[in-house]
Design a binder for this molecule. Structure first.
Ligand code: GH3
Ligand code: MG
Ligand code: MG
Length: 421
């Protein structure tokens, strides 16, 4: 194909040999591909076989005339381009050719430069149409890929659902008919006008994309999580036309992560918080105490002569004592207090917003309750306790060091007692 070649295929139908030869020799040089036929029947057969971009045809021909052929071609493809070459202008013939939808007429004898100009213009249009068709097909492929892999939903600017794909229906348990037209908030857990939803709202109404994990509610009331991207679709002049939601179900991941977090923060034996979780709580509470001057206290306690329990009744019995001890303590502390196993038979209680007197009182009460409690095998245990409260400028290390020293003193001073640090 030369540089000047038009990227079109042409079917030329003409029964007069000299005309056909002359025009064909010109067309051959100008177009990518040329098919020649002697009459309408042959032309139609070639059209069906090759689907050329443009058909140039004479009218009066044996076997099948050009108009009949054009009519049949348009019946196969209404967008086919047909140029008629005609020697005379009869009203009848024009009426029919308009009805058939012929694109152009060229008077015979055909003026070569007019023919070429016409072909060039048509080639341009065909090129644009081809490109648009390609883009539309590509878009359709993208849509198919997204529909296959994602939950897709569209809402109008008021948040009413205007489109859902199959994955959406499957994920949230709705059928298309019942959900279309409903407000998106029907699949959100109440309250919908708080926290994360306010953030979503303000992001997308400011024409920005929001990404994140959103909790949803299925038809049956079961909750699930979707990793969502919400895109505001803008008109040419920047107005929001609609919102597109593209998401993936991540319920298992979120639940798994929650479970992992719970596991990693729980002491296996006593099912209370472990040291790592305690450290997190302590950091948060220290920051709060510092910022809002709310105060907080720590109680650290350790079982007295626990070795004897283990030596007398065995390690498993010792384990049972640790579990029972946790239950006793948990029944006595507030909901906001954090009990954690610090290690071995040492425990910590973090009492948010508690002043020294209150925590001292709590420690004394716990000490007495433990002393009075009958553990399995009706053995008795006692604990030594240290208590301290937040001082300005405290770090986790400094406050822990104080409470640890207080506990040490409680041991030193005879055990089964509370000391302040
Ligand atoms: P005191 O604290 O009064 O000084 O004496 P103690 O005998 O309690 O102190 P020590 O720290 O010497 O011993 C602690 C014992 O606690 C030793 C260890 O075997 C036992 N222990 C630590 N963790 C566990 C556990 O998970 N299960 C059982 N059964 N015993 C444990
Ligand atoms: Mg001990
Ligand atoms: Mg110990």
């Amino acid at each position: 194909m030369s540089e000047t070649n038009l990227d079109i295929s042409v079917l030329y139908v003409e029964d007069e040999l000299p005309t056909r030869d002359k025009i064909a020799s010109i067309l051959k040089r100008e177009v990518r591909c040329l098919f020649l036929a002697e009459n309408g029947k042959e032309g139609l057969a070639l059209f069906e076989l090759h689907h050329p971009d443009i058909v140039i045809t004479d009218i009066k021909m044996p076997v099948m005339d050009g108009l009949e052929m054009a009519e049949r071609i348009k019946a196969i493809d209404k967008d086919a381009h047909v140029i008629l070459t005609t020697a005379h202008g009869e009203a009848d013939f024009f009426m029919k050719s308009i009805k058939v939808g012929v694109d152009m007429y060229l008077l015979k004898p055909v003026d070569v430069s007019t023919l070429l100009r016409t072909l060039r213009e048509m080639a341009k249009i065909i090129g644009i149409a081809r490109e648009l068709k390609g883009k539309a097909a590509l878009l359709e492929e993208y849509k198919r890929a997204v529909d296959e892999s994602s939950i897709v939903c569209k809402t109008d600017t008021e948040g009413r659902i205007t489109y859902v794909n199959d994955q959406f229906c499957k994920a949230y348990g709705y059928n298309r008919k019942e959900i279309l037209g409903k407000a998106y908030k029907v699949i959100l857990p109440p309250p919908v006008n708080e926290g994360i939803m306010l953030e979503v709202q303000s992001t997308i109404t400011s024409r920005r994309i929001w990404k994140g994990i959103l909790a949803h509610v299925k038809t049956g009331g079961e909750s699930c999580f979707s990793d969502m991207t919400i895109v505001p679709v803008l008109s040419m002049d920047g107005e929001i036309m609609e919102f597109i939601f593209i998401g993936h179900d991540v319920t298992e991941l979120v639940n798994g992560a929650e479970r992992l977090k719970q596991l990693s923060s729980t002491d296996i034996l006593t099912q209370t918080y472990n040291r790592m979780a305690f450290n997190d709580f302590l950091e948060t509470e220290l920051e709060r105490a510092q910022r809002y001057n709310t105060g907080m206290s720590l109680i650290m306690f350790d079982i007295d002569h626990f070795k004897i329990i283990n030596d007398t009744y065995g390690h498993l019995a010792g384990d049972e004592v640790l579990k029972a001890l946790v239950k006793v303590v948990q029944l006595s502390i507030r909901k906001v207090d954090i009990l954690a196993r610090w290690g071995g038979e040492e425990f910590m209680i973090l009492a948010p917003e508690a002043a020294l007197e209150a925590s001292l009182e709590l420690a004394e009460r716990l000490r007495k309750e433990i002393e009075a409690h009958a553990f399995s095998n009706s053995e008795k245990i006692t604990v030594s306790m240290g208590v301290t409260t937040y001082c300005e400028g405290d770090s986790a290390d400094s406050i822990i060091k104080r409470v640890d020293n207080a506990l040490y003193r409680a041991k030193e001073n005879g055990r089964n007692r509370v000391e302040i640090g």
